[in-house]
Structures are given as structure tokens and as C-alpha cells.
Design a protein around this ligand. Structure first.
Ligand SMILES: [Zn+2]
Length: 378
């Protein structure tokens, strides 16, 4: 199914502007490096790239509290936030800093996810790597997320009259705010694979949200073989059982080996396979970015993901102009001795052999048993 659909890349030049100050884990090149690498490799042909529109305040108010929208707009304009607003809305903190352009940037990521949903409804596989701010709450910033663009992609799909929509979150952190946003909406099923014990601490295996959420908290060192097991035995069959009309996938690159804020051990190839399998489940598909704090692994993952979705061939080694893009990246959180030479000259990881640990097999069994019990009771 996915083979027939052309892909569309939604981006914006706004992501080249400095953001998050200097000390924040997101103050690294991200979307712009993906665009640059894709362009250097000839992967953004005429008609494939589209500039993101910006969501207006009336649109933002469909999910976000108008008082919060106004607070972020005014704080951004004045460059100041008072203690009451900081406490009430979580902005101007170390976690969610105030920086010039934050309001436009966050509104643009919402507009991009809405546009991605429209492109998906029109038959394109829509890739919006600036999206995936899955922790944003109706009335407050949370976990580096000011607004919640995945919620808006899902709302756009529901507005089109779709009755069955799946959300799959493959970021290293639980997709808490998306799950909660649709807890009372029988049209949306959510799935999240995330590292156990990480912030925000939600998403236990026993957490089924409003009854349509599946949470798979996985141990440190989560491997390719383990991802394949949970996708093939749990996520894909359970999502397919709902016969989704559309799917939204959040692809935080913090799930990769080498991320400084998580301890999963996935290769980008395993994640590309997982995302492609999700895309194939539904006639309309939106693929979003998410977290990710190692600019080399992020740029390789999301560029290669675009190549897979858009059917561009990935070379074994990169030509000099493409290498130059990876060589000029920098990141204080990644120690030089942890740098892998292949991060500078390839896109695809060479997956290491991996095994499935008993705890991950048990997580699968427990999740399937819980679903069967729920179905028997229904
Ligand atoms: Zn994350």
C-alpha cells in the first residue's frame, strides 16, 4: 500500500533560527540538518517539499487553553515571564525556556502537523520532522514541548470524518499528553513504546488510558530484535485489528543507540522498518519527529526515514558534500570518545545481532493477555 503513495516533506526555514538558548538539550541542529542532508543527496525533488503554514490562535485554542496561548504569546513578545505565569503555565523554566521566536516556532510545528494530516488525507505519506511535541498539555508547556502538534494532526484526521485513527509513539519517552488528550474519544487508539523509568514516569504496562491505549515500557538497552518482537506481536496486530483509516507515528530519535538522554540501543534501520510497517496499516499516514538529542544519529535517522518513505536509494557511504553536513554538527552532550566514525560518513546503521530478553517477552505476553481479558469482558 505504501509503495503506491507519493511522500511529502513538510518543513520550514524557521527551524534554522537559534532556539532554546544555549544550555538546553534541544539547542542543537535538528530539522535543518535533515533538510540539508536530504538536499545534498538529491532526496528533495520538485514537489516533494512543502513549507509549513503557521497555526493561528483560534486553531491553537481547539486544544490549548486561551489563557496559556496568550501567556506564551505575551511572554515571547516581551521577553519576560512573571513567577505566576511560570508556575501556572510551565514557561520560562530550565525545561521549557522562553527564547525569541518560541511562539512562532511552536505555532509553526502545529501548522505543519495539520498540513501533514491534510496531505495524508490527499493520499501522500506525510513526513513532518519538526512535529512530535507529544508532552504539550492543554494549559502548560511540558517536557520541552510548548504546544502538542500530534494532537492537532489527529484532530484534523477526525475532522475529515474518520472514525478509526491509530497513534503510535516510538519516542524514548511516553506519549503521555497525546494519550490523555484522546482518553475519552473512542475513535483514537494509542500505542507507546518507551524506556521504563524515564521522565515523565507514566505509561506503565497496566495503564490502558481510557481503555484504548497500549503502553510498552521497555528496559534499558532495548534492542532491534526486541523492537521487532513488540511490533510484530503487539503493536501491528492490535493496531490492525482496529482497521485504522489513518495512522500518526511519532519517531523521536532518542530511541536510537547513542542518545544522551535515553539508554535504548536501537539501530535506525530497525526503526525505519517499524515506521514503514505502521504506515502500511492505513490509507492515510502522518510521520512526525519527536525528541532526540544526538544531532548525528537524529540527522541520519530522519533523513534515511524520509528516503525510505519517498523511495530514494540510500548509498552505503556518503559523498563529500553530505559528509560535510554531518561533520559540522556539534553537541556538548555527546563526548568525543563516544562518537562513532560511521556517524560522519553513512546514513544507515549496520545493525548488531541482538536477542530478546525474557523481560521483553514477558511484557508482550502480559500485554496480549490483558487485551484478551478486556475483549472477553467486553
Ligand atoms: Zn523523547
Amino acid at each position: 500500500m505504501s509503495g503506491e503513495r507519493p511522500a511529502a516533506f513538510v518543513g520550514h526555514e524557521i527551524y534554522r533560527e537559534a532556539a532554546y538558548g544555549t544550555l538546553h538539550p534541544l539547542a542543537i541542529p535538528r530539522v535543518e540538518s535533515v533538510v540539508d542532508l536530504c538536499r545534498a543527496l538529491g532526496w528533495l525533488r520538485e514537489g516533494e517539499y512543502e513549507a509549513s503554514p503557521r497555526a493561528d490562535e483560534a486553531t491553537l485554542a481547539r486544544f490549548h487553553d486561551p489563557a496559556y496561548i496568550a501567556a506564551l504569546r505575551d511572554a515571547c513578545a516581551s521577553g519576560r515571564v512573571d513567577a505566576q505565569v511560570r508556575a501556572r503555565h510551565g514557561i520560562g523554566t530550565m525545561e521549557n525556556p522562553l527564547f525569541p521566536g518560541v511562539f512562532a516556532r511552536a505555532s509553526t510545528s502545529v501548522g505543519g502537523s495539520i498540513r501533514a494530516a491534510q496531505l495524508a488525507l490527499a493520499g501522500r505519506i506525510a513526513f513532518h520532522p519538526a512535529g512530535g511535541t507529544h508532552h504539550g498539555r492543554p494549559d502548560r508547556a511540558s517536557g520541552f514541548c510548548y504546544f502538542n502538534d500530534p494532537v492537532f494532526a489527529l484532530l484534523e484526521l477526525l475532522d475529515a470524518g474518520l472514525e478509526r485513527v491509530a497513534y503510535v509513539d516510538l519516542d524514548a519517552h511516553h506519549g503521555d499528553a497525546v494519550q490523555d488528550a484522546f482518553a475519552n474519544d473512542p475513535r483514537v487508539r494509542t500505542f507507546s513504546i518507551h524506556e521504563a523509568g524515564r521522565w515523565p514516569g507514566t505509561g506503565a504496562a497496566s495503564d490502558i488510558g481510557g481503555g484504548r491505549s497500549v503502553n510498552l515500557p521497555v528496559p534499558r538497552g532495548f534492542s532491534d530484535a526486541e523492537l521487532r518482537l513488540l511490533m510484530d506481536d503487539v503493536v501491528l496486530p492490535l493496531a490492525a485489528r482496529g482497521a485504522p483509516d489513518a495512522i500518526v507515528v511519532t519517531c523521536g530519535s532518542d530511541a536510537l543507540a547513542g542518545d544522551p538522554l535515553a539508554s535504548m540501543a536501537l539501530s535506525n534501520v530497525a526503526l525505519w522498518d517499524a515506521v514503514e510497517a505502521c504506515v502500511a496499516l492505513a490509507p492515510a499516514a502522518v510521520v512526525l519527529g519527536g525528541g532526540g538529542y544526538n544531532p548525528w544519529t537524529l540527522t541520519r535517522y530522519w533523513s534515511g526515514l524520509w528516503a525510505r518513505l519517498a523511495r530514494h536509494a540510500i548509498p552505503d557511504t556518503l559523498p563529500a558534500p553530505a559528509r560535510a553536513i554531518l561533520e559540522r554538527l556539534a553537541c556538548d552532550l555527546v563526548d568525543e570518545e563516544d562518537m562513532k566514525p560511521e556517524w560522519l560518513c553513512t546514513v544507515a546503521d549496520v545493525p548488531a545481532a541482538s536477542a530478546v530478553r525474557p523481560s521483553v517477552a514477558a511484557l508482550r505476553d502480559e500485554t496480549l493477555a490483558r487485551r484478551d481479558t478486556a475483549r472477553a469482558a467486553a
